[in-house]
Design a protein around this ligand. Structure first.
Ligand code: BT5
Length: 259
């Protein structure tokens, strides 16, 4: 990815400033520090390689050089958006899934933060916040997309099967084009953050909907049931074998199909 080509392609989009790195620890760390300083809304940190890419709970996210997209988008939410920030992970997942679907890929969202193609993970999202007192000042949306085959980690390092866009498309897509499409989809969807329409769009793309799943929260024993979608604030809903509806909050939740 060439920095000039990148900035030229993205200049059509209404973004804030852009910081590009050949190699970085984690784009989210850079974005959090920049957000806590003076980053304008919709500023972007992007890197060719991450040496300490993070998932949730400090799990590792692999970003080998030149094969993937690893970027963090900084949002300075408006007063109107602030009550709805729990939906930002859904907004980001929807933007990625919708943009991949326009390429003819059957992308779906695995609640809460993954995008899958044919039940294999192609994208992971890590949302982190900068607080000012007890208010969220900025949100950092960290997005990792496996573009080329070389971005997919060895199966032994994975909690869930993974794939890449190259594998799914049968040819290698241009990374800058994929990035611009995701960002354009995000900008188009952002006004819906405050609208319940976002929930139905999200619901329409949920993987494993109406299927038997198991959810691990790390604090309680695994819960099994039929995945019946999510509620307006983004919590997952399961219908148990006893006919009871259980809701599960965000956090370190792992959802997987029951085989
Ligand atoms: C995630 O966490 O899926 C969030 C990943 C967010 C990565 C982006 S890249 C830009 C920004 N900067 C960062 O430092 N992070 C963000 P989680 O649901 O906890 O999944 C982590 C798990 O996914 C790992 O434990 C591995 O099993 C698996 N994994 C790691 N790298 C992967 C990859 N490239 N493709 C698919 N799965 C991967």
């Amino acid at each position: 990815m060439n920095q000039n080509e990148l900035k030229k392609s993205l200049s059509k989009l209404e973004l804030g400033d852009i910081r590009y790195f050949e190699s970085i620890g984690s784009t989210n760390d850079e974005a959090l520090a920049w957000a806590a300083a003076d980053a304008p809304d919709l500023s972007l940190v992007i890197a060719e390689e991450q040496t300490a890419g993070r998932g949730r709970l400090d799990r590792k996210w692999f970003t080998p050089r030149g094969t993937a997209l690893a970027f963090s988008l900084i949002l300075r939410p408006s007063a109107e958006e602030k009550p709805h920030l729990s939906r930002t992970v859904g907004l980001a997942a929807l933007a990625v899934a919708e943009s991949l679907r326009t390429r003819g890929l059957a992308a779906q969202i695995k609640w809460p933060n993954d995008v899958l193609i044919h039940e294999r993970k192609v994208c992971g999202i890590l949302v982190e916040s900068v607080w000012s007192g007890d208010e969220v000042d900025c949100v950092v949306l960290g997005i990792g997309v496996n573009v080329l085959k070389g971005s997919v980690p060895p199966a032994d390092d994975l909690l869930f099967p993974a794939t890449s866009l190259e594998e799914e498309l049968g040819q290698p897509p241009d990374r800058v084009e994929v990035l611009s499409e995701i960002l354009a989809a995000f900008l188009a969807l952002r006004p819906r953050l405050i609208s319940d329409e976002l929930i139905s769009l999200w619901q329409g793309l949920l993987a494993f909907h109406a299927k038997a799943v198991q959810v691990e929260t790390g604090t309680t024993p695994p819960i099994s049931g039929t995945f019946i979608g999510r509620d307006p604030v983004g919590r997952l809903r399961l219908l148990t074998a006893h006919g009871e509806i259980v809701t599960v909050r965000f956090g370190d939740v792992r959802l997987r199909p029951l085989t």
